[in-house]
Design a protein around this ligand. Structure first.
Ligand code: IPM
Ligand code: MG
Length: 370
């Protein structure tokens, strides 16, 4: 079967490879059962790339990533590479991909599955039915701002510097993504910054407001300081629909939102760039969780976030919403049936391995597919 759908898989480190093994089974299932084939390539990123090539990602892999429809990444990092120089740490591989592909809009849905309401650290009534979308700016702000570095001032005094910086186009493009998403959801965007103490926050607020007034008057816009947003997320999370925020606040708020759902092991994310001249939108999909080196290789990790990241790729890169629904439904049904990996284990449920969770999802896909 000739394929016009290309996918680059970068399993990375820690639990990344085991989770990705289960994803590949789902990709194969699509091929066998839905008459869609993917041209799949696999390569190294993070510590795995450092071990093989001395750097966290090679130019060749970045080049491959530039030329596929979607990249699916597992996770990067681990104690083995903790003491390396900052510039060649495993995380730099991921940051380079985001930057070089200009993946400026990071979509992090926080959805509470009915079956997992009790796994949240919040009361069930606060999280049941929760469905929020955090849109995090991903290629600007303090993560990439210059000047940066550690300076020796002499006399044993050192100075560490990072720069928070945003230009209007950077704010406009991510704001548009948030407003467009809200139009397909509940029609509400909450923009978050620290305009009370940061000029970049004042600019952020003014520019998001401009885009709202001129292009999206049908969407409801509110503003919230980031510290308050963190507090509101644990006080009354269901008040939010779409939250749009900068790179650093988005990093923090999305972990916070993720935990409301019971487990980081459940949450996928999509990082999107602009649409190119061939109508293709650069995109990278990855779970929100990290590489969890402490449990790597034990076949106990939860593969669901990575599988759901593939479902997001089906939805946003391959225009296959039916297949995306199918994968999401299969996951829901397996959870409803009582199977749990260790991270979401609860009393009365059946604790299963990574592989058995994968088996169950495939069986459920067979059932749903008739
Ligand atoms: C994330 C992670 C990354 C980040 C790290 C691994 C560089 O925390 O994707 O949220 O800070 O962006
Ligand atoms: Mg993070």
């Amino acid at each position: 079967m000739a394929s016009n759908k290309s996918l680059l898989i970068l399993p990375g480190d820690g639990i990344g490879p085991e989770a990705m093994t289960e994803v590949r089974r789902v990709v194969d299932w699509m091929q066998d059962n839905r008459a869609v084939s993917f041209e799949v390539d696999e390569d190294l990123v993070g510590g795995a790339s450092i071990d093989a090539h001395g750097i966290p990602i090679t130019d060749e892999v970045v080049d491959k990533a530039q030329n596929v429809d979607a990249v699916l990444l597992g996770a990067v990092g681990g104690p083995k590479w903790d003491n390396l120089d900052f510039s060649i740490k495993p995380e730099r591989g991921l940051l380079r991909l985001r930057k070089d592909l200009e993946l400026y809009a990071n979509l992090r849905p926080a959805i509470c599955f009915d079956a997992l309401v009790d796994a949240s650290s919040l009361k069930p009534e606060l999280v049941s039915g929760l469905d929020i979308m955090i849109v995090r700016e991903l290629t600007g702000g303090v993560y990439f701002g210059e000047p940066r570095g550690i300076e020796d001032l002499g006399n044993g005094v050192r100075k560490g510097v990072n720069t928070q910086v945003y230009t209007t186009p950077e704010i406009h493009r991510v704001a548009r993504v948030a407003f467009e998403l809200a139009q397909k959801r509940d029609g509400r965007v909450c923009s978050s910054e620290k305009a009370n103490v940061m000029e970049s926050g004042v600019l952020w607020r003014e520019e998001v407001t401009k885009i709202h007034e001129t292009e999206f008057p049908d969407v409801e816009l509110s503003h919230m300081y980031a510290d308050n947003a963190a507090m509101q997320l644990v006080r009354a999370p269901k008040q939010f629909d779409v939250i749009v925020t900068d790179n650093l606040f988005g990093d923090i708020l999305s972990d916070c939102a993720a935990m409301l759902t019971g487990s980081l092991g459940m949450l996928p994310s999509a990082s999107l760039g602009d649409v190119d001249e061939h109508g293709r939108r650069k995109a990278l999909y990855e779970p929100v969780h990290g590489s969890a080196p402490d449990i790597a290789g034990e076949n106990i990790a939860n593969p669901i976030a990575t599988i759901l990241s593939y479902a997001m790729a089906l939805r946003y890169s391959f225009d296959m919403p039916g297949e995306a629904d199918l994968v999401e439904k299969a996951v829901q049904n397996v959870l409803a049936g009582g199977m749990r990996t260790a991270d979401i284990m609860a009393e009365g449920m059946a604790k299963v391995s990574t592989t058995v969770m994968g088996d169950a999802i495939l069986r459920e896909l067979d059932k749903l597919n008739g």
